[in-house]
Write a protein that binds this ligand. Structure first.
Ligand SMILES: NC(=O)c1ccc[n+]([C@@H]2O[C@H](COP(=O)([O-])OP(=O)(O)OC[C@H]3O[C@@H](n4cnc5c(N)ncnc54)[C@H](OP(=O)(O)O)[C@@H]3O)[C@@H](O)[C@H]2O)c1
Length: 196
């Protein structure tokens, strides 16, 4: 069972919605939190809240994870604070909708960069240390959209299908060493070897 007390979690997309709730829930379990999104003000407000309410260390790091190189810069920022990530929550993501041919290619590209590339990059950067320690977890937030093609949300559904496939493959290949979970939102998170 994953022990939360005294561990450190990095949560992407922590300035709002599900990410902010991950932060609150983890802090309530005694987990220090590194909150990542683009909105520094909202992150800092949440960091102050969870530090005050739960006595954990809470850091706010602003980053646009759709930008190439952002994941690597984030790891540098984490290391500069003397922190080690025990739990990575790849939550940041968004969805576009409408007839594919009408959607802005730049926005679709950013969706793939955030929902897919950042998940892969951050997992590459933080999973090896967890495996070396034999302790840690990666939580990737997919969607019910992962389970079938989604007309008018073609790119979003495809990105979440990637997250599901990627996570299930990593879960198998890391079994026993670290835990990779793939909660699909709006359903109860699936259990793997951790308590999520
Ligand atoms: N809500 C649902 O019903 C639902 C259903 C299925 C799956 N999901 C998935 O659950 C996850 C969270 O969804 P949500 O509804 O909580 O979303 P949300 O309320 O829109 O929050 C998205 C979070 O991601 C951050 N973010 C957006 N673009 C970013 C970027 N380029 N770089 C860094 N951070 C960025 C946002 O903060 P900033 O704007 O400050 O950057 C915000 O903190 C997503 O992966 C989503 O696909 C949600």
């Amino acid at each position: 069972m994953f022990q939360y007390q005294g561990k450190t979690a990095l949560i992407t997309g922590a300035s709002a919605g599900i990410g902010a709730e991950f932060a609150r829930a983890l802090a309530a379990r005694g987990t220090n939190v590194i909150l990542v999104a683009r909105s520094q003000d909202r992150l800092q407000t949440l960091a102050d809240e969870v530090a005050r309410d739960h006595g954990v260390r809470a850091e706010a790091i602003a980053a646009d994870l759709a930008r190439p190189g952002a994941a690597r810069e984030l790891r540098v920022a984490v290391e500069a604070r003397g922190l080690t990530v025990d739990l990575l929550v790849n939550n940041a993501g968004f969805g576009t909708h409408g007839p594919f041919e009408t959607l802005a290619p730049e926005r679709e590209g950013a969706e793939v960069a955030l929902n897919v590339a950042a998940v892969v990059d951050l997992t590459h950067l933080f999973l090896p240390a967890m495996l070396a320690k034999g302790d840690g977890a990666v939580v990737n937030v997919a969607s019910t959209a992962a389970f079938q093609p989604v007309p008018y949300m073609a790119v979003y559904g495809a990105t979440k299908a990637f997250v599901l496939s990627f996570s299930e493959a990593l879960w198998r290949s890391t079994a026993g060493a670290a835990c990779v979970c793939w909660p699909s939102v709006r359903a109860r998170p699936r259990r793997s070897s951790s308590t999520w």
